[in-house]
Design a protein around this ligand. Structure first.
Ligand code: SRM
Ligand code: SF4
Length: 580
């Protein structure tokens, strides 16, 4: 495939008129910067500030333990610097050997836990600078990598979980992996800095797709197999919905311009659902992905990072403009989109049998955190299982894990191990809790305004009491918490969402659809736990009494007038700004 040469619109303006990160990338020699010198500096646990946007391209985030900030400041110590390391794992599948390798690395170099993310991959937290190289080498030795997991490029490409479920799932998963490979940065910086490889001779442009300034901002792609919308396909810069006819993928509907992040009370920022712009053939998916990335490379806003996501390019220029630009680069227009039907964005917890007779067990992992608790030895149990299980582990975008491809004869042994380690799904867990997502937030996330992963389980204990009193234990209502409005748990697509405003304070949103095709709307602003429980008590009891047969909670909240249907995130942000 030949992608149109860079139009270099970003460089048609003087660098000093652009966001400082553009100069930084431009002058970084394809992301090398001074990272190597920073890693070698024994006097600090950190690296130079100017290098931190560069290491993100390699899945590495310099963080500090926020629980220790004040104490260390008082003791006149530098922050407790540590790295978060995120893997690229397109389609979310790892072999059991790879799981064992990551499990061991988390003990050797990180905080002893593995974190399953809302984009179907792993994060390690608390990796000290002195352990960083050996940690990354361990990841590479396991046949995995961290390229593009963060930074201004294409991120982990996600797709409907579990390629072993059916031939269609396998095909879509394989495509997700090819899209990811196609859009990888080509710089040799990672291999030189972290693997100590000598610089390779480069002929021509080192980054044929991205050029020296990469993308204006992160770019996210998802593929989904209806009727499941576990990936939240409307939340992505670029989405592909498989159109399955007579058991095979006939094509993909293409969605552009979705995204979640916003800033409280800044109406120019808003969550946005992707727009369906047409249908492409399976053979065209790679080209559509690459050209779309190139369009954003050329037209995305490089002055204002708060306006630099592709959703704003689409919002400002329109989908007709995009369709024409894509057709020009692709050499043909997309075909008219075909209808599709999405049912749910949650995971199917528990055992499921595929058409080939194999079994798949979706294990609910609260907050995506793999660690041992006194009675629930999740990390040890999954380690033991990995030594015996002959299939794979498949990560879901709801932070859960599928023990995938279990032969009928193997199932009793898997069940025995799940019981032995106390990690089988608990029948008493409410469907609401099983349909929850919490972002990481404190203490590692530098942007968190409030708790999320550490707080949601306890809050849900109290919400579960309301759920039980209302008789809603088996209603799979989605609830998501984010520690700030950036929306890493995709909260604006949850039937109930809590978005952090300050320590102990959240905005409560209600009314998204259960299948992820409608945003929610603000219901209560800046409230603490008592008001959260009071508000949820009222609306959940009303739902239990007044709902129509089969009506989902989010739909009820809109029909009953508890919140207004919010067709566009821009509108709810504007309304809020006008109201305040
Ligand atoms: Fe996210 C930034 C964690 C999925 C929107 N996200 C961050 C950082 C790196 C904080 C930072 O920039 O300093 C967080 C690291 C916390 C930590 O300590 O680990 C972080 N994001 C996460 C994860 C781990 C949440 C989780 O608990 O699972 C998810 C990792 C995904 C992955 O594996 O790649 C994660 N982040 C998302 C999603 C959901 C998705 O992609 O499907 C979103 C909303 C979708 C979107 O991008 O629009 C999301 N994260 C953001 C944003 C807001 C972007 C924006 O357009 O405004 C930021 C902040 C930023 O980019 O400036 C952010
Ligand atoms: Fe951090 Fe905010 Fe993302 Fe939560 S939503 S992980 S607090 S950036």
């Amino acid at each position: 495939m030949s992608v149109e040469p860079r139009e270099r619109r970003d460089l048609s303006r003087p660098l000093e008129e652009l966001h400082p990160n553009e100069r930084l990338k431009h002058e970084s020699r394809y992301l090398r910067g001074t990272i190597a010198a920073g890693l070698a500096d024994p006097l600090t646990g950190g690296i130079e500030e100017r290098d931190t946007p560069l290491t993100k391209f390699f899945g590495l985030y310099l963080q500090d333990d926020r629980d220790l900030r004040d104490e260390r400041r008082r003791a006149k110590l530098e922050p407790r610097y540590q790295f978060m390391v995120r893997l690229r794992l397109p389609g979310g599948v790892c072999s059991t050997q790879q799981w064992l390798a990551l499990d061991a690395l988390s003990d050797q170099n990180a905080d002893g836990t593995l974190r399953l993310t809302s984009r179907q991959t792993f994060q390690f937290h608390n990796v000290l600078k002195r352990h960083l190289k050996r940690h990354l080498r361990g990841i590479v030795a396991a046949g995995l990598d961290t390229m593009g997991a963060c930074g201004d490029g294409n991120r982990n490409v996600i797709c409907t979980a579990n390629p072993l479920l059916s031939p269609v799932h396998a095909e879509v998963n394989a495509l997700a992996q090819r899209v990811s490979a196609q859009l990888l940065a080509r710089t040799g910086a990672f291999r030189e800095i972290f693997l100590d490889e000598p610089p390779a001779e480069v002929r021509g442009e080192e980054e044929p797709l991205y050029g020296r300034t990469y993308l204006p901002r992160k770019f996210k792609i998802a593929l989904t197999v209806p009727p499941h919308n576990d990936v939240d396909v409307y939340a992505h810069d670029l989405g592909f919905v498989a159109i399955v006819e007579r058991g095979r993928v006939a094509g993909y509907d293409v969605l552009v311009g979705g995204g979640m992040g916003m800033t409280h009370k800044i109406p120019a920022t808003f969550p946005r659902l992707g727009d369906v712009v047409g249908l492409c053939t399976p053979a065209d998916v790679l080209a559509v992905a690459e050209h779309t990335v190139a369009i954003q490379r050329d037209y995305g806003d490089r002055k204002d990072r708060a306006h630099a996501r592709f959703k704003y390019t689409i919002e400002d220029r329109g989908t007709d403009w995009f369709a024409e630009e894509l057709a020009r680069r692709l050499g043909r227009a997309l075909e008219p989109a075909r209808p599709f039907h999405l049912e749910s964005s949650g995971d199917r917890i528990g055992w499921l049998q595929g058409p080939d007779g194999r079994w798949h067990y979706t294990l609910f992992v609260e907050g995506g955190r793999i660690e041992d608790h006194p009675r629930r030895k999740l990390k040890s149990g999954l380690r033991a299982l990995a030594t015996e299980h002959r299939g794979v582990y498949a990560l879901t975008t709801n932070q859960n894990l599928i023990i995938a491809g279990v032969a009928g004869a193997e199932r009793p042994r898997i069940e025995a191990l799940l019981r032995e380690y106390g990690i089988e799904n608990d029948a008493s867990t409410t469907a609401l809790r099983q349909n929850s997502i919490a972002c990481v937030a404190l203490p590692t996330c530098g942007l968190a305004m409030a708790e999320s992963e550490r707080y949601l389980p306890g809050l849900l204990d109290r919400v579960d009491a309301i759920i039980a009193a209302a008789g809603l234990e088996r209603e799979s209502i989605s609830i998501r918490m984010s520690g700030c409005p950036n929306g890493c748990s995709r909260p604006y697509l949850a039937e109930i969402a809590l978005v952090g405003k300050a320590v102990g304070k959240y905005n409560l949103y209600l009314g998204a659809s259960a299948n992820g095709d409608r945003l929610n709307a603000l219901y209560r602003e800046n409230i603490g736990e008592a008001q959260i429980l009071e508000s949820l008590g009222v609306v959940l009891h009303r739902y239990a009494k007044e709902r129509r047969p089969g009506e989902a909670f989010g739909d009820f909240a809109v029909r009953a007038g508890i919140v207004r249907a919010m067709p566009h995130g821009r509108d709810f942000q504007r309304e809020l700004a006008e109201a305040s």
